[in-house]
Design a protein. Structure first.
Length: 366
């Protein structure tokens, strides 16, 4: 009998250790959370993670790890209530009335007044031409309040240069795949109005009953939210190495009850690293010339400390070394100006050969 009890105890411990564990973090730990629990190893340019902040309830930021039916092993969690309540069974309830502020960007996509917003934001420079990361939106509003006014919402807002021209300005990339619909209770759901819908039918702006395949009823025992989306991917074209700002926010809509949250998968923030970041065309660190501006959109200026001589050559190269442009000087000059407006946004190299010296510098076209 003693042996059996020991085995049962061991099994109990193994089961317990396998369950999801959520650690609440103070807002001043937001940068370490992003750095160690969200970024991929090649996601952003080294040292470019700056100005990381978390705004919301003081307990609304956390990290998670372990087994659950969310679909992620570990990562970051944001919640409109305290994260300490989330590792629980769906038979329990997370529903606080904190009456903390909303968020102006969330308000732009919400169907009613936003409050109790939890927002994580930071600056970065991507090492890719397409930024991606994975998330799951979860809520206690599911399924009873589907098609009601209590349409809790989630947004991923990016600001920075748009490779197609112009700039993103708090552009929401948390969208149902293949649509322009923001992710919310009334856009991703079981496919029918809830028992407390108040007669709503999800036929309003940014609402739908057509995406039940992206919804999961919580039949597990480790997450308190009654329902959540399947793992979704945010995706947006970006200019490699350019400066961007992103805000990840979730909020209650029309009241502070029945809270919501979002799970961000660890190591998913990034994308496919471009060859220009790891190109065999390594920059030669000498002072043969300086280059401004960089990144650029049209005119680039090369300056020499000791003048460029006749016969010097400037090459514009792709990351794999193909020559796109060549300029040969026919006189001695201290400065060279030329337009590269015709290039598509991305990474390139300028190679200068002067007096048997060579220098290569990486350039970014916006």
């Amino acid at each position: 009998m003693k042996k059996i009890n020991t085995v049962l105890l061991m099994l109990c411990c193994i089961f317990s250790n396998a369950q999801i564990v959520i650690t609440q973090l103070a807002p001043n730990k937001a940068k370490s959370a992003v750095k160690y629990h969200f970024l991929s190893s090649t996601g952003i340019v080294s040292g470019s993670l700056q100005n990381v902040t978390f705004d919301g309830d003081s307990g609304g930021l956390g990290v998670f790890g372990g087994t659950s039916n969310i679909g992620f092993i570990d990562g970051i969690i944001l919640s409109t209530d305290s994260t300490t309540y989330i590792a629980n069974t769906p038979s329990q309830q997370i529903s606080g009335f904190y009456m903390t502020p909303g968020d102006p960007d969330l308000q732009m996509i919400a169907s009613g007044p936003v409050q109790d917003a939890a927002a994580l934001q930071f600056d970065f420079r991507p090492r890719t031409d397409t930024l991606t990361f994975n998330y799951v939106f979860a809520s206690e509003e599911y399924p009873e309040f589907v098609c009601s006014q209590f349409n809790d919402v989630f947004g991923l807002f990016i600001t920075g240069p748009n490779p197609s021209g112009g700039s993103y300005n708090a552009y929401n990339i948390a969208l149902i795949p293949g649509t322009s619909l923001p992710v919310s209770i009334n856009s991703v759901n079981p496919g029918s109005p809830g028992s407390s819908s108040g007669g709503g039918s999800c036929n309003g702006v940014n609402q739908s009953l057509a995406y039940s395949s992206l919804y999961t009823t919580n039949t597990g025992s480790s997450i308190i939210f009654d329902g959540f989306t399947t793992p979704l991917q945010a995706l947006v074209p970006v200019v490699p190495c350019a400066q961007y700002h992103i805000k990840i926010a979730v909020g209650n809509v029309s009241d502070g009850a029945y809270d919501s949250g979002v799970f961000l998968e660890a190591n998913s923030f990034g994308g496919r690293e471009l060859p220009c970041i790891t190109s065999f065309l390594e920059e030669e660190k000498n002072d043969l010339f300086s280059l401004t501006p960089n990144p650029f959109s049209d005119i680039v200026v090369l300056k020499s400390k000791q003048n460029f001589l006749p016969g010097s050559n400037v090459f514009v190269l792709t990351p794999d070394g193909n020559i796109l442009e060549q300029i040969t000087l026919n006189m001695e000059v201290a400065e060279i100006q030329f337009s590269l407006k015709q290039l598509t946004p991305g990474c390139y190299f300028l190679k200068m050969i002067d007096k048997n010296q060579t220098a290569i510098k990486k350039i970014i076209k916006l």
